[in-house]
Design a protein around this ligand. Structure first.
Ligand code: PHE
Ligand code: CO
Length: 268
């Protein structure tokens, strides 16, 4: 992230440590912010029983996050026991290197600020609701959590190989917008879906988007749009599959994919 990109972000980076973490300062949230978080939570809580993957549903019950913006220190007591992960507070999006370093060290960066009431349905940058509700429950799942730490190491490696664009597409189509096949049908595990009021039902039920089986090279090649519902989703069988299929050394895969055309997500 360049200084210019950072200056367009709304978080306050002036007090951040070199690894971009800040104090959460939980006591500073207003009652109105806790109430807004609860309203967001309640809207999603009605949808997730039908659309979220079972691993996410199992985990959210352990979090008791419906009361308001969670206190990260409290979450860390149970999370570190479950999988060795912790969450750390950050001012918002952070540059690639500290981001990957946090993941590789089993620390998930969570934005401290909450969206404004007028952004109830849509927000451009990730806020504490997206980061917490979408990402944190799955950190309680052993296989998912291990995979995400491997992704972090893979990110540092991709930086050395100048392959961040390709790896970012994989993140987008898995961690943010991934679907999973379950006995009950297709379900969401991507955080961008789980925290979305509209796309969560759309991704599972709407006939329009394409739902492709997991295919590593295609994911590394497929562009994405950040400003509307996705045209294309990739469906995994399980987090075990995600772990297995991303385990091989990507160096030769990057070399091959680099020479191929980027794919349009809306292409048939
Ligand atoms: N196996 C990948 C590599 O060698 C790293 C990776 C692991 C990437 C898990 C994504 C997810 O680069
Ligand atoms: Co996210």
């Amino acid at each position: 992230m360049t200084a210019e990109a950072r200056s367009n972000l709304r978080g306050d980076y002036s007090h951040a440590a070199p690894d971009y973490t800040v104090e959460q300062d939980w006591g500073a949230y207003s009652e109105a912010e806790h109430a807004l978080f609860r309203r967001l939570y309640e809207r999603q809580a009605k949808l997730v029983p039908r659309y979220a993957c079972p691993e996410w549903i199992d985990a959210i019950a352990r979090l008791d996050a419906g009361r308001g913006i969670p206190d990260f220190a409290e979450v860390n007591r149970s999370l570190s026991r479950a999988t060795g992960w912790r969450i750390v507070a950050v001012p918002g999006l952070i540059p690639d290197e500290p981001f990957f370093t946090h993941l590789a060290s089993k620390r998930f960066p969570v934005t401290v600020w909450l969206r404004k009431p007028e952004e109830f349905d849509y927000i451009v940058e990730p806020d504490v609701f997206h980061d917490f509700f979408g990402h944190v429950p799955l950190l309680y799942d052993r296989v998912y959590a291990d995979h995400l730490a491997e992704y972090g190491k893979g990110g540092l490696k991709a930086m050395r190989l100048d392959a961040i664009r390709m790896l970012a597409r994989l993140y987008w189509y898995t961690i943010e917008f991934g679907l999973m096949k379950t006995p009950a049908g297709v379900r969401a595990y991507g955080a961008g879906l789980l925290s979305s009021g509209g796309e969560l039902a759309y991704c599972v039920e709407d006939p329009k988007p394409r739902r492709r089986p997991f295919e590593l090279e295609r994911m590394l090649r497929t562009d994405y749009r950040i400003d509307r519902y996705q045209d294309c989703y990739f469906v995994i069988d399980s987090f075990g599959q995600l772990m297995r299929e991303t385990a091989p050394d990507f160096t030769p895969i990057y070399a091959r994919v680099r020479g191929m055309a980027v794919l349009d997500p809306a292409a048939p």
